[in-house]
Design a protein around this ligand. Structure first.
Ligand code: GRF
Length: 238
């Protein structure tokens, strides 16, 4: 049986790049349906650039300051994505707004990871706001990027528990560990043609619908758990 050609993916970053690292690790599996073909950062000091370099993945820095208008910056990013012959774009901690033209050009082929269970807690500071709201379950979502910021069709979500002993740091570490499982899973669905936009929602075709959400339930021994989440984060080096 001939295998479908792997989809080429460009990852847009602005910082640490731990999700980029998770995508690269997943794509190293010969059976994964995508390859990470390039990385674009709007910041020259993004730690994720070191991850790209270590894996020999071509990376470009395209600073916003090099362009008078926000649209021209997005156009330059679009041109760089096309130069990489990308099929899919992953936003992974990319902290700049992208122009409507760029969103339209890649609609259905551009995805983002957000550190909350959408549609709750769109925007920034999601962990602080989730704690302030007293939620018992928090998590992360991967969605198609549309004009509606953090509001595009949801492809997959992962949930983690929150307890009263949690801090922003422990919650952030727990969610991040879930992100590193969720993003490769969601990208695989898109790359394999199993997730696409239909009627304003993500339709999962031929995919195991239950498998599209990852319910992660660490034991409720909060002290041990929070400590191990923080340890895991401390061990992370770009
Ligand atoms: C992640 O929490 C992601 O959900 C959000 O930005 C953060 C990026 O982290 N969009 P990293 O750069 O992938 O480590």
């Amino acid at each position: 049986m001939t295998r479908a050609p792997k989809k080429r993916v460009v990852v847009l970053i602005s910082g640490r790049g731990s999700n980029l690292g998770a995508l690269i690790a997943a794509a190293s599996d010969p059976n994964y349906p995508a390859v990470i073909a390039g990385v674009i950062s709007n910041r020259a000091d993004a730690q994720g650039l070191e991850i790209a370099a270590r894996h020999g993945i071509p990376a470009r820095v395209i600073p916003r300051a090099d362009f008078a208008a926000h649209e021209a910056h997005s156009d330059a990013i679009d041109a760089a994505i096309k130069e990489s012959r990308a099929d899919i774009v992953c936003l992974a901690g990319y902290m700049r707004l992208i122009s409507p033209a760029l969103v339209e050009a890649w609609e259905g082929r551009m995805i983002n990871i957000h550190p909350a269970l959408l549609p709750s807690f769109k925007g920034l500071d999601t962990h602080a706001r989730a704690l302030a709201a007293g939620v018992r379950i928090h998590g992360c979502s991967v969605h198609f990027v549309t004009h509606d910021i953090d509001g595009g069709p949801i492809i997959a979500q992962a949930a983690v528990p929150v307890s009263s002993g949690d801090t922003e740091e422990t919650v952030a570490a727990r969610v991040l560990a879930a992100e590193h499982k969720l993003y490769p899973h969601a990208l695989a669905l898109v790359a394999a043609g199993k997730a696409r936009i239909e009627g304003g929602r993500a339709a999962l075709q031929g995919a195991d619908e239950n498998g599209s959400a990852l319910l992660l339930s660490p034991p409720l021994d909060r002290e041990t758990d929070a400590a191990s989440d923080l340890e895991a984060l401390a061990r992370f080096t770009p």
